[in-house]
Ligand binder design. Sequence first.
Ligand code: NI
Length: 182
Amino acid sequence: MNKLEVLHFPDKRLRKVAEPIKKVDQGVKDIIEQMFFTMYEEKGIGLAATQVNIHKRIIVIDVSEKKDEKIFLINPEILFLSEDNDEMEEGCLSVPGFYETVSRPKNIKVSSLNLDGDLFEFEANGLLSTCIQHEIDHLNGKLFVDHISKLKKSRIEKKITKLKKEGALASRASAPNYKSAT
Ligand code: NI
């Protein structure tokens, strides 16, 4: 299986709003498999289709220690957001090597389609809640750097652009502090 290319901020394709899946067919299943493969290869804990230039509403996640708990969401919708927030340090495979604290609702309720095309609902909290919100943002063309100060965001943009020019972005992506990159 081939690893899909991950787009990097400030690539404009990361700003596209993903289209809903009309039918869960073999094509969708293939995309999910390729996305899991890419996410594990990149040492990430989550990946949205938008990040691999596929503008469909698909997300893959694995926040487990052993990397053996695959979660995928098709057409995910947030049904409930708690009023209390959690602050977590977030990273992103599309913003390699940069980590910033982001505040988001602590608990969420989400709906998604399964592989049979049936709707299911579940609740999430902690890292999984943060991760799902981060990935749904991607499907809506939004990045975690949109949640931090403009000054910090523009500093990151300048650094990434410079690293890319120097061809040094790839080594940053495989730096040891990858655990929360989504
Ligand atoms: Ni991300």
